[in-house]
Design a protein around this ligand. Structure first.
Ligand SMILES: [Zn+2]
Length: 323
């Protein structure tokens, strides 16, 4: 069995960062991410990459009325109110030309028109499964809303990426009930376990950061796991960190680490699942595109040498017979 490179992107614009970043201090990265998307698509076409784009449901809306129209009536009542996107909805502007930080339908259409790209879910309102105040009813209502607005845009969502990688078995089961059978799980090891924001302590963040450059916690690469409930975990292997002018050595080691892991996956017939957000590439676009090109050149070599293949999450679900 040939190994697989799986790439998934969490496409969210400001909706993924609005609780801890403002338009003033991070808007440039989000707008830069919009510019980076066509560059990524061109690279994916050039290297024959089939990627999964997990999009926030709000981004399917063409205007604010549509955002409200599809919004679920049952919503999470978070202990931390700033986590809810709904109070923002009336302050963001009417549509994509007025508010490109919050609307993204033209980009979604462009992604969908590119060969081999899968449109998947990142929930409707970028909601958080493990934060206090989330309920099963609100979770289910949100995913139904995500599916409904995507259907209206001509898509059927069969894969999901959970915001901040927060989930439990019941959340996975609810996603399956809403038609999303493939989901991105977490890398192997205790450090990468799914947890609420307050549990993400500094030592855990530091361990994840260091493990991104040095082989501290082993090599990530694993086949998907089929759960008893008929859903498929396509576990993440590694977060592709943005190229950094401040830490050039880190960036170099990070690239090397990913290439080593990818090579291991190609040689042993395993799956290597790389993920990031478009806004991670929104600053230093040239350097980030160069970093991605280097990684995809490695992929190409491994394809020629070992038959390593590119696959979206939906491709994996089809191969495994979970749909
Ligand atoms: Zn997100």
């Amino acid at each position: 069995m040939a190994g697989r490179l799986i790439i998934s992107l969490d496409f969210e614009l400001m909706w993924g960062v609005r609780d801890h970043r403002s338009a003033e201090d991070y808007g440039d990265a989000v707008l830069g991410g919009r510019q980076a998307i066509p560059r990524m698509l061109a690279l994916f076409e050039r290297f024959g990459i089939r990627a999964t784009w997990a999009a926030v449901g709000l981004l399917f809306a063409r205007n604010r009325d549509e955002m409200w129209l599809y919004s679920p009536s049952t919503r999470p009542e978070y202990a931390h109110e700033t986590l809810s996107p709904y109070p923002d909805l009336n302050q963001i502007g009417q549509d994509e030309s007025e508010a490109p930080l919050y609307f993204g339908r033209s980009l979604l259409d462009r992604i969908a028109q590119t060969d081999g790209q899968e449109i998947a879910s990142h929930t409707y309102g970028h909601i958080y499964a493990l934060e206090p105040g989330m309920t099963q009813a609100a979770w289910h209502a949100d995913l139904m809303a995500a599916q409904a607005i995507a259907n209206q845009a001509g898509h059927r969502l069969t894969s999901i990426v959970f915001p901040r990688n927060q989930f439990s078995e019941t959340h996975v089961r609810a996603a399956r009930d809403c038609g999303m059978t493939a989901w991105r799980g977490v890398p192997t090891g205790q450090v990468y376990r799914s947890r609420a924001e307050h549990e993400l302590s500094l030592p855990i963040r530091a361990a994840r950061f260091l493990d991104g450059a040095l082989p501290l916690l082993g090599t990530q690469a694993a086949p998907p796991v089929q759960a008893r409930n008929g859903s498929l975990d396509v576990p993440a292997s590694r977060f592709l960190r943005p190229w950094s002018a401040r830490w050039p050595l880190y960036s170099l080691l990070h690239q090397k680490r990913i290439i080593t892991e990818m090579t291991h996956a190609a040689q042993s017939g395993k799956h290597y699942h790389l993920w990031w957000h478009p806004h991670n590439m929104g600053r230093n676009i040239e350097q980030n595109c160069a970093q991605l090109t280097t990684l995809l050149e490695s992929f190409q070599k491994l394809r020629d040498l070992y038959g390593f293949q590119s696959a979206s999450m939906a491709d994996i679900a089809k191969q495994e017979g979970v749909f």
